[in-house]
Design a protein around this ligand. Structure first.
Ligand code: GLN
Length: 187
């Protein structure tokens, strides 16, 4: 199994480090042909407008959408979640539109630009240590989408079939369980 990590901008190396720790091969994806040898894809945190523009420039948006139409699993963190959403409140920025969710960017405002919290994550008994950095929230969830985590009343982790998205960054912690959970979906 080889997991692709979109490597246009953002914290993709952190995802690769977790995959290495889990003993899984990863490959940086920068152009459509890089997708040929991967079984699944991770979209990192970063700046969603920048990543979106670069995806369009290199033709990766269509290439990823085609693979997902044929069942490729995708996991997005933070900016990656934004790129997976069907709708982004108040923005027409490029996106993949893979999941039936609407997101609000920078939803915690400048008062709480970044913070850490122990967060229940539905598949696990123990909470995950969740790091939020200028994070989005999910404000609309389609019928086929399950909510995996809420922070207070805000939806911050969702799954739709083999598509997983978290507003927080497990790749910035020592806790590899969310990545492990994604890899279980890939198998
Ligand atoms: N606020 C960023 C965006 O809208 C996401 C931040 C992150 O990925 N940590 O793209």
């Amino acid at each position: 199994m080889t997991i692709g990590v979109l490597a246009l901008q953002g914290d993709f190396e952190k995802h690769e480090a977790i995959l290495t720790r889990l003993g899984v091969a990863s490959r940086q994806v920068r152009k459509p042909s890089d997708l040929d040898s991967v079984d699944a894809l991770i979209l990192p945190g970063g700046e969603s407008t920048t990543i979106g523009k670069l995806m369009v420039r290199y033709g990766l948006d269509c290439a990823i959408q085609q693979r997902v139409a044929h069942g490729m699993p995708v996991y997005g963190t933070c900016a990656g979640m934004i790129l997976m959403a069907r709708a982004i409140v108040g923005s027409d920025q490029p996106r993949l539109g893979l999941m039936d969710i609407a997101v609000l960017r920078n939803a915690f405002g400048s008062q709480r630009e970044s913070f850490e919290v122990d967060l229940p994550f539905e598949p696990f008994e123990r909470p995950v240590r969740a790091i939020f950095i200028r994070a989005p929230i999910v404000v609309e969830v389609g019928a086929g989408v399950s909510v995996l985590s809420r922070l207070e009343d805000k939806v911050v982790a969702v799954q739709q079939g083999a598509l997983l998205a978290t507003a927080f960054h497990p790749e910035l912690t020592d806790d590899a369980r969310v990545h492990h959970y994604f890899l279980e979906q890939v198998k």
